[in-house]
Design a protein around this ligand. Structure first.
Ligand code: GAR
Length: 207
């Protein structure tokens, strides 16, 4: 059983759920004082749902509707309703591969955070580690940021740099970035839970 802390997070993911696991383990270890209120996925057989259920946490597949890269209107309303029912303080996107639009963002102003596998503003969008490798940068990393109307463009909460090493493949670089993600995301959730994060325009402090 997880300890019940008043700060409640809702997690959305589409993939294997390694970031979610890192957050859940930090909560279970007591280093992050938060409660996972709900985990939702647009992918019925996503690893993140299995990881949540294995830990006895509430997890549900919520279909995304008729579009490929965003939620349709009905789905958007369903996600917002479920997150409200779960009384979440913050929505943490952990590999959620759909862009969130206006009504969703307005439902949780400055309360949606995302992890992205590059040092933003470099390499927004899909497969950022491949973009970094192809570009030839020597340093890349990961970023946790608030979600705004753009793609991977909101105010940056925290970043961790990762070297690109000679001989790296897309897979080896992605794995190194994901190791950094598993440190950064729980640290950011912990800072949010403790109320340490302050936002003023694009400037974010408190990590
Ligand atoms: C993570 O590497 C995350 O940065 C990336 O998806 C992966 C999810 O892994 N997110 C994006 O690319 C968002 N644009 P996980 O399911 O193991 O946490």
């Amino acid at each position: 059983m997880q300890p019940e802390h008043p700060f409640r997070i809702g997690v959305l993911g589409s993939g294997k759920g390694s970031n979610f696991v890192a957050i859940a383990e930090a909560i279970a270890a007591g280093t992050v004082r938060a409660t996972v209120a709900a985990v939702f996925s647009d992918v019925a057989d996503a690893g993140i749902l299995r990881q949540a259920r294995d830990r006895g946490l509430p997890a549900e597949h919520l279909p995304a509707g008729k579009f490929r890269t965003k939620l349709d209107e009905e789905a958007e309303a369903l996600y917002v309703r479920r997150l409200r029912e779960a009384r979440v303080d913050v929505v943490a996107l952990a590999g959620f591969m759909r862009v969130l639009k206006g009504d969703f963002l307005r439902a949780f102003p400055l309360r949606i955070v995302n992890i992205h596998p590059s040092l933003l503003p470099a390499f927004p969008g899909l497969e950022a580690w491949k973009q970094a490798l192809q570009y030839g940068v020597k340093v890349t990393g990961c970023t946790v940021h608030f979600v705004d109307e753009g793609v991977d463009s909101g105010p940056i909460i925290g970043q961790e740099a990762v070297p690109v090493l000679p001989g790296d493949t897309a897979a080896s670089l992605h794995e190194r970035i994901q190791q950094a993600e598993r440190r950064l995301y729980p640290a950011v959730v912990g800072a949010l839970a403790e109320g340490r994060v302050r936002v003023s325009g694009r400037q974010v402090t408190g990590l």
